[in-house]
Design a protein around this ligand. Structure first.
Ligand code: URP
Ligand code: ZN
Ligand code: ZN
Length: 462
């Protein structure tokens, strides 16, 4: 089966040019202007951008949290991702208490079987029992199976959090195996004290989620993680950087040539702390961690994306329904499940508020959403670019289409949209994943086939 994407403007991290893209089976075989070939199928991309499919390296599908689980499984979550121009996700497989890492990974593979994804999926392993006797050897086996990134939570005391000894031990294991360490950087002990005091004083409303996790808590843990990674000699990636105070140590380490990278997410660029203080229980929709910050923080993050202090944008899609799941914390903000939906909105929001607002170029948009995540998470050049030999993961994006973000039109199972009412110009029109048509005219096709598990390699970053 051959397919020709014809007449579009091909955008990669390196260039913009008018060109056609030839697909044979599941692979791109040519990217050239005016390709004179007869294909089984032709997709008209005139007036549109043709981009490599997005890589979202931070999602939480079907993830347990206390007594509940995120409300998207691998089918619903990846359908929503595809509708927003993402063709690969790397999801967090979380080690449960007392569980061996191979068992955790087997559990996540079983989820893929039960609820097949429509796009390709890789896994990170979130290590919660780092000092258990088998953990170091198990992590070596995980790398051999293509799970080349280890996540450690420095927050969520009493559930996911690890202490410095566990963090450092895992960093050393990562250094031995050439794996990347990811940190959720907040000082969980300090948060615990602040939350306890707030509740004792009778503060139960969602806005206290923000007030008990100030920027200094994130900055301290970020600097600590960077220092420990330096001693251990491992590569470090700081997830969901939310504020100038935490950005500073990441930027300084990068300027000093250290192998440290960071991401932010659309919620930190576009949602601020006022969302937490909305009347009634509405603020629960913005209970994610780290919390939304003061409005003036956002410009610092935008600038960091432009100057490469931060090198990618993920979604941290972690959806809980407002009606039932967020409601678990009506009488106590600390019981509101932490997380926000957004898997479908990344590309359109960054196109509107990044490219159209003049903050960065179209090529930088592709770097931030596809190429850099593919390089950091060991998927490049198979993913994250459009070149002969790369997977036929292709997005046709119509820059003129107008769209208003709304839970009415999005494809996640969640019952609210964090960006409700925001107008954007530019929308994903057509998506190919491994050469399969998965989205047409902005909507999922009826029979998209299934995506694959992708084993990943080491960081590819020069
Ligand atoms: O609030 C968030 N971000 N929930 C998901 C888990 C995490 O911390 O990434
Ligand atoms: Zn986190
Ligand atoms: Zn997360």
């Amino acid at each position: 089966m051959t397919l020709l994407v014809q007449g579009g403007r091909v955008i990669t991290a390196e260039s913009e040019r008018d060109a056609d893209v030839l697909v044979e089976g599941d692979t791109v075989t040519a990217v050239e202007p005016g390709l004179a070939v007869r294909a089984d199928c032709v997709l008209d991309a005139r007036g549109c951008y043709v981009m490599p499919g997005g890589v979202d390296p931070h999602t939480h599908l079907d993830m347990p949290w206390g007594q509940t689980s995120t409300c998207d499984d691998f089918t619903s979550g990846t359908v929503a991702a595809a509708c927003g121009g993402t063709t690969t996700i790397v999801d967090f497989c979380v080690q449960q208490p007392g569980q061996r890492i191979p068992a955790a990974l087997a559990q996540w593979h079983a989820k893929l079987e039960r609820t097949p994804p429509v796009i390709d999926v890789g896994f990170h392993i979130a290590v919660t029992d780092p000092l258990a006797p088998h953990t170091a050897a198990d992590l070596g086996d995980a790398v051999a199976a293509g799970v080349t990134s280890f996540k450690l939570f420095m927050a969520y005391k009493g559930s996911l959090m690890v202490d410095d000894e566990g963090l450092f031990a895992t960093m050393r294991t990562a250094a031995r195996h050439g794996a990347l360490v990811l940190v959720h950087a907040e000082n969980g002990g300090v948060v615990e004290v602040l939350v306890r005091e707030a509740l004792a004083a009778g503060h139960i409303e969602p806005r206290w989620h923000g007030l008990t996790r100030p920027p200094a808590v994130e900055a301290e843990a970020t600097a600590r993680a960077i220092a420990l990674a330096g001693i251990a000699g491992c590569d470090l990636f700081v997830v969901h950087v939310s504020c100038r105070e935490a950005l500073a140590p990441v930027a300084a380490a990068r300027a000093a040539g250290e192998r440290v990278w960071g991401e932010t997410c659309p919620q930190y660029l576009l949602i601020d702390e006022t969302a937490l203080a909305k009347p009634g229980f509405e603020g629960a929709k913005a209970v994610f961690t780290p919390p939304p910050r003061a409005p003036e923080q956002q410009e610092h993050l935008w600038r960091a994306l432009a100057d490469d202090a931060l090198c990618l944008v993920s979604t941290d899609h972690c959806p809980y329904t407002f009606a039932e799941q967020k409601a678990l914390g009506r009488a106590d903000f600390s019981r509101i499940p932490n997380g926000a939906p957004g898997i479908e909105h990344r590309l359109a929001l960054l196109h509107e508020f990044g490219v159209r607002a003049g903050r960065f170029s179209l090529s930088r948009l592709v770097a931030l959403t596809a190429t850099n995540p593919a390089k950091l998470f060991g998927l490049h050049p198979r993913k994250g670019t459009l070149a002969p030999g790369s997977d036929a993961d292709i997005v046709i994006f119509d820059p003129a289409a107008e769209h208003v973000c709304s839970s009415q039109s999005e494809h996640s199972r969640v019952d609210y949209c964090l960006y409700e009412g925001m107008s954007v110009r530019g929308r994903t029109r057509t998506v190919l994943a491994g050469g399969r048509l998965v989205v047409q005219d902005g909507e999922p096709v009826a029979d998209p086939g299934r995506g694959r598990y992708v084993a990943r390699g080491p960081v590819v970053w020069s």
